[in-house]
Ligand binder design. Structure first.
Ligand code: FAQ
Length: 311
């Protein structure tokens, strides 16, 4: 038997009303949102690292300016999302603590290395492409602040995706070595990109409840299918081979059949054992440590100002 308050809440969700910060909500709804939004924010922040790695080595001044702007956009998304999570009653310091202690996750994709300039194209094309596929429906999420944050974020991600595709479109028209570099990037980023959508539906512990609350609008497998259907023709346009021997157009379903990602790899990566997990978390912990003197200075200054005012 559902609690009457909870029944009214569910009715509001079912009729498409947005839930706003100060309104009553079930504790589990609040917790789920804090988990998802904070992990999303952490992904944006940690997600700056793989691309940041190439800012000093971008091939032209123009590419460097574009990449710098893109990475700065990701920082903005992170801050925006931390604000959305704060409306649920968690502080930014608590969220950072959860990231730095390894309690909070961030997207598995950012635990892979960026080995060549083509990887920067592949991240824009595939990683931002997958991010958009996942985030467009989140614009209709039942929690107002998260839904609204997604509007601007999706617009910026669309630009990011185009810049990645543009890098690759240029490289595939270049030398054979450049084209090979692009194929190698696709070979390494394809499967991890499919894993961004989360485990298969039968292994997704949160999906059913999150969909009932309209936090999620689609299941992980639905979005993964849409991503494959959208991306394969783009790979063909670039003259690339998707590294999946099981990939095949299925006329009947009007979509592609495709192979299973290596889920043991996925679970290893989200357990902290991916190729770059230690490096990524290490970089974030170091940044936090390096900023201590600055935070201490700000606090000391604020205390002095307050003391002077009190006199
Ligand atoms: N990585 O029951 P489910 C970006 C965890 S885009 C790591 O299916 P849920 C833009 C999941 O948290 C990337 N962990 O979970 C950018 C849960 O563990 P928990 C960020 C994953 O929440 C581009 C467990 O597995 N986007 O940053 C992953 O219903 C380029 C069970 O899974 C978002 O975060 C994964 N891939 O569905 C930035 C979007 N998948 O928490 C820079 C918002 C699952 O119980 C450069 N999030 N897990 O310990 C979502 O839509 C959902 O949270 C899903 C997962 C779909 C990711």
């Amino acid at each position: 038997e559902m609690d009457p308050q909870e029944r009214v809440f569910q009715q509001r969700i079912d009729t498409g009303q947005k839930i706003e910060p100060k309104e009553w909500m079930p504790e589990a709804y609040r917790k789920t949102l804090i988990r998802q939004i904070s992990q999303h924010a952490h992904s944006e922040i940690v997600g700056q690292l793989p691309e940041g790695n190439w800012i000093t080595r971008a091939p032209t001044l123009e590419r460097k300016a574009i990449l710098l702007a893109k990475v700065q956009d990701e920082a903005g998304h992170g801050l925006y999302l931390y604000c959305a999570a704060e409306t649920l009653g968690i502080s930014r310091d608590q969220m950072y603590e959860q990231l730095h202690s390894g309690k909070a996750k961030y997207s598995s994709i950012f635990n892979y290395p960026t080995l060549s300039w083509a990887d920067i194209g592949a991240i824009g094309w595939l990683v931002d492409g997958a991010a958009i596929m996942n985030q467009v429906p989140l614009q209709r999420c039942s929690y107002g602040p998260y839904a609204r944050a997604m509007v601007r974020i999706c617009k910026e991600e669309s630009f990011h995706q185009r810049q990645g595709f543009d890098i690759l479109a240029k490289m595939v028209r270049g030398t054979p070595a450049q084209k090979e570099m692009v194929q190698d990037a696709l070979d390494r980023w394809w499967w991890p990109s499919l894993m961004m959508f989360g485990p298969s539906d039968d292994a997704s512990v949160h999906s059913a409840q999150s969909m009932a609350w309209k936090i999620k609008q689609n299941s992980n497998d639905e979005l993964r299918q849409k991503f494959v259907d959208q991306t394969v023709p783009q790979a063909e346009y670039l003259g690339l081979t998707v590294p999946d021997p099981d990939l095949k157009w299925n006329e009947e379903k009007g979509g592609y059949d495709f192979g299973e990602p290596d889920w043991s790899e996925f679970f290893e990566v989200i357990a902290g054992n991916g190729p770059c997990n230690a490096e990524r978390l290490g970089a974030r912990r170091k940044a936090w440590g390096d900023g201590t003197w600055f935070r201490d200075g700000l606090t000391a200054h604020a205390e002095k100002v307050a003391a002077r005012r009190a006199k």
